[in-house]
Design a protein around this ligand. Structure first.
Ligand code: ADP
Length: 238
């Protein structure tokens, strides 16, 4: 598997008055194309900071980050915005849907930024909402849907622009156990079908079962890397 994401000796230091907080403390890591990778660790260990750095939402204090051919630590704000529109999808714990827009409009939104014409945007958004099982909720606004349904919309939105990589930050943190499994099946099935890479931040052991590798983070460092369920399935089938 060739590397899609390469982190080389990454540091992220925050300054709070006199205090220096080393959120990421020298992380080097390669994530393969099509890999489903989980970053696990206690609260405050630096998982979200690492995810934000990989997704081009924040810049490292030191080190290099490459996604495909892009050195994202070198891009300026405008270039980063373009990079995110074209290559990246996001799924967040609290969905971040636009409350005044319908499910269909929310899913079509990223395609607007990519310059896709309206009829194509609507067609793609409908296909995705059908794929996540929301065919009969397309005209509903977020407040008219359950938490699980809202997360389905946000999953459909994350995949709308055919991203190379989907980043998910505690995607099931607000959901019950049954819905958590449903959402994890949905996300990972979609990513595998289209050979997309997924990086999922979680502190939930159940979720890490969906990953091919589990990167355990502690105090801003990689503590250990474990092989996940997929690996064992491959071994058993081999
Ligand atoms: P996790 O996602 O594992 O809970 P975070 O990446 O959110 O951890 O945080 C890692 C450390 O960096 C924590 O000590 C947190 O308080 C600190 N931190 C995160 N973001 C900021 C920020 N914007 N300013 C200052 N400190 C921050």
């Amino acid at each position: 598997m060739s590397a899609l994401i390469t982190l080389n000796d990454i540091y992220k230091v925050y300054r709070m008055g006199q205090e220096k907080i080393i959120a990421v403390n020298g992380v080097s890591l390669e994530i393969g194309e099509g890999e489903i990778c989980c970053m696990k660790g206690p609260s405050g260990s630096g998982k979200s900071t690492l995810l934000h750095l990989m997704a081009g939402l924040d810049k490292p204090s030191k080190g290099t980050i490459t996604i495909g051919k892009n050195r994202i630590d070198k891009l300026n704000e405008n270039q980063l915005a373009l990079f995110r529109q074209r290559y990246v999808g996001f799924i967040f714990q609290s969905y971040y849907l636009i409350p005044t827009l319908t499910a269909l409009e929310n899913v079509a939104m990223p395609l607007t930024f990519c310059g896709v014409p309206k009829n194509k945007r609507i067609k793609k958004a409908k296909e995705l909402l059908e794929a996540v099982g929301l065919k009969d909720r397309m005209k509903h606004k977020p407040s008219e849907m359950s938490g699980g349904q809202q997360q389905r919309v946000s999953i459909a939105r994350a995949f709308a622009n055919n991203p190379k990589v989907v980043f998910a930050d505690e995607p099931t943190g607000n959901l019950d156990t049954a819905t958590t499994f449903e959402m994890m099946n949905l996300m990972t099935t979609m990513a595998k079908a289209w050979n997309q890479t997924m990086v999922i931040v979680t502190h939930d052991n159940e979720i890490s079962g969906y990953a091919s590798r589990i990167i355990n983070i502690r105090d801003g460092k990689i503590e250990k890397i474990e092989n996940g369920r997929d690996f064992h399935d491959e071994e058993i089938n081999a």
